[in-house]
Design a protein around this ligand. Structure first.
Ligand code: ADP
Length: 520
């Protein structure tokens, strides 16, 4: 059996054939400076290609901004097509060796990634809070969640069994084997700067694929910190690459990843609009595609529900990440019998939320990612109020700054309000009244999105009926927090293609090959 040292040596020999740009020696760790002191050992300000920290061909950079205070916390290479091609070639060459490693060797490396992430949990979390704004406690939770995918896929990778097929013809034997698809391009969002990468990367590495990661322009530091962790974990050069770029370069970088014949797979988490562009661009090379796109989650409270549980679930589901997750409740549908009680209790809980800089203890709601995000919340509030909704609490930008928004409760929201058909991605809880189960299901399902949904009920017949009829890939039943490495994260309708996490997630990175033996 090939040892992991042999594997690393092989990769190093291989990397000597990489283009000049990729042979730069790994860059030393950045020293402590200013407000970065809390996470300086994992702060990187270069991209990671072919096992080297690189600045890009023309030296262009762009700033990374802390959304809580507008302070620049780093300058990152603004790479283009040429460097993306370098990363693809590095990943393609590395794949030729990585695919030959044993499941056990890959599992060991994934396990090391898990251990290193947990050892560095606080540093990684502080990077998230600095570039994304979410409260530190939530960022710590994101690292636990993010690391769990390496732990999970370290195990799953060892269990990617094929089959021996029952014989159909006496002279033949048939079998199925699973093999890694190849280079996987990963385009990831800013709302979980760490976990949306690891949910893909854990599965890809365990399966034997290599990766080119294009992180969100707002949150590249978490991706680069992960590359630093990968380097320390002994991930061989070229197996993980991180290409950073600003919004102005993203469409050409994305297009190059989609059109490259050396890239076998595109895995994207982000908006439905961008997902559709990537699918179109990937058509010419018929790439494998996993798309985790936008949601419009209904959160239904039936008369039989425990109202206290439903309120706690609504706070967790609606206000986590300041409402900026694709599984956040977007519309709260509440039945007549518990409507007033639910709205009153929800108002009380919302008034206890604490807005501020996520680094401050006790803060539950950080800033929104940028001004554009705050504008959308403002638009949804104004639209609903203009159509007759009641503003109960919040409703405007917070005095702390333009990217902060007051946690908001609207009641009596009409069905034609924008918030019923569009994802708000912000701290706005709109409550819509309904009378019958059928009415609630029609409202809940009247969307092209089909990611997460939630409902609260203590009527067992209703629980079965509603769970079956909701047209969503994820259903939370008397539960507002559903994400887990062991559960299938999957959207239906226009919320996406494929599954992440769970025992199914690794299949996205595997081909099934059928081998037929004759002359037996
Ligand atoms: P949001 O509007 O919330 O930022 P996006 O879908 O625009 O969501 O962004 C998610 C990811 O997709 C980010 O990494 C972003 O840089 C990337 N992205 C945005 N536009 C494109 C594009 N045209 N091609 C490739 N990637 C893109």
């Amino acid at each position: 059996m090939q040892s992991s040292m042999t594997c690393v040596r092989l990769m190093k020999q291989h990397s000597s054939r990489l283009p000049a740009l990729l042979r730069l020696s790994p860059r030393p760790v950045t020293t402590q400076i200013g407000s970065r002191r809390d996470y300086a050992s994992l702060h990187r300000d270069q991209a990671y290609i072919g096992g080297a920290w690189v600045s890009g061909n023309d030296g262009n950079t762009y700033p990374v901004i802390n959304p809580a205070n507008g302070v620049e916390i780093g300058r990152i290479p603004d790479l283009g097509v040429a460097e993306t091609e370098d990363a693809i070639k590095a990943a393609y060459q590395a794949f030729q060796v990585w695919r030959e490693t044993t499941a056990k060797e890959r599992s060991d490396i994934c396990r090391k990634m898990f251990n290193l992430m947990m050892t560095n949990q606080e540093e990684l979390a502080k990077i998230i809070t600095a570039e994304n704004g979410k409260p530190l406690a939530e960022a710590m939770g994101e690292i636990t969640y993010g690391a769990s995918f390496f732990e999970w896929f370290a195990e799953e990778g060892k269990r990617c069994y094929g089959d021996i097929v029952p014989t159909m013809t006496k002279s033949k034997r048939m079998l199925h084997m699973k093999q890694p698809v190849g280079v996987a391009a990963m385009i990831t969002p800013w709302n979980f700067p760490n976990a949306m990468i690891t949910r893909k990367l854990g599965a890809a590495l365990a399966a034997g694929c290599t990766a080119v990661i294009k992180p969100a322009e707002d949150t590249p530091l978490s991706a680069l910190a992960l590359a630093a962790i990968a380097e320390e974990a002994g991930v061989p050069p070229g197996v993980v690459n991180v290409v950073t770029c600003s919004r102005s370069n993203v469409s050409q970088v994305g297009k190059h990843l989609c059109k490259s014949p050396l890239v076998a797979k595109i895995s994207f988490t982000g908006s439905t609009a961008v997902g559709k562009i990537l699918l179109e661009q990937s058509a010419s090379t018929v790439k494998r595609a996993s798309m985790e796109l936008g949601g419009n989650a209904p959160f239904i409270v039936f008369d039989s529900a425990s109202v206290d549980d439903a309120v706690a679930g609504a706070i967790a589901s609606k206000f986590r990440g300041n409402g900026q997750t694709c599984v956040c409740a977007n519309r709260l549908l509440v039945q007549d019998g518990v409507y007033d009680e639910f709205c009153g209790k929800l108002r009380d809980k919302i008034s206890q939320l604490v807005v501020g800089d996520g680094m401050q203890p006790g803060v539950t709601q950080g800033p929104l990612i940028n001004d554009r995000a705050a504008e959308k919340v403002e638009k949804h509030v104004n639209d609903a109020v203009s159509k007759g909704a009641q503003l109960i609490i919040g409703g405007k930008r917070h005095q702390l700054g333009r990217s902060f928004f007051e946690p908001t409760l609207l009641t009596d929201v009409p069905k034609d309000a924008l918030v019923c058909s569009e994802e708000t991605f912000g701290p706005l809880a709109p409550v819509i009244r309904f009378t019958t189960e059928e009415e609630a299901l029609i409202m809940a399902n009247s969307t092209d999105s089909g990611l997460a949904s939630y409902f609260y009920s203590n009527d067992i017949g209703q629980i079965w009926r509603v769970a079956e009829k909701l047209e969503f890939g994820i259903v939370g039943i008397n539960e507002g927090l559903v994400s887990s490495e062991a559960g299938a994260f999957t959207g239906i309708k226009q919320s996406g293609l494929g599954t992440e996490g769970s025992k199914y997630g690794i299949n996205e990175y595997l081909d099934i090959k059928y081998a037929c033996f004759g002359g037996i």
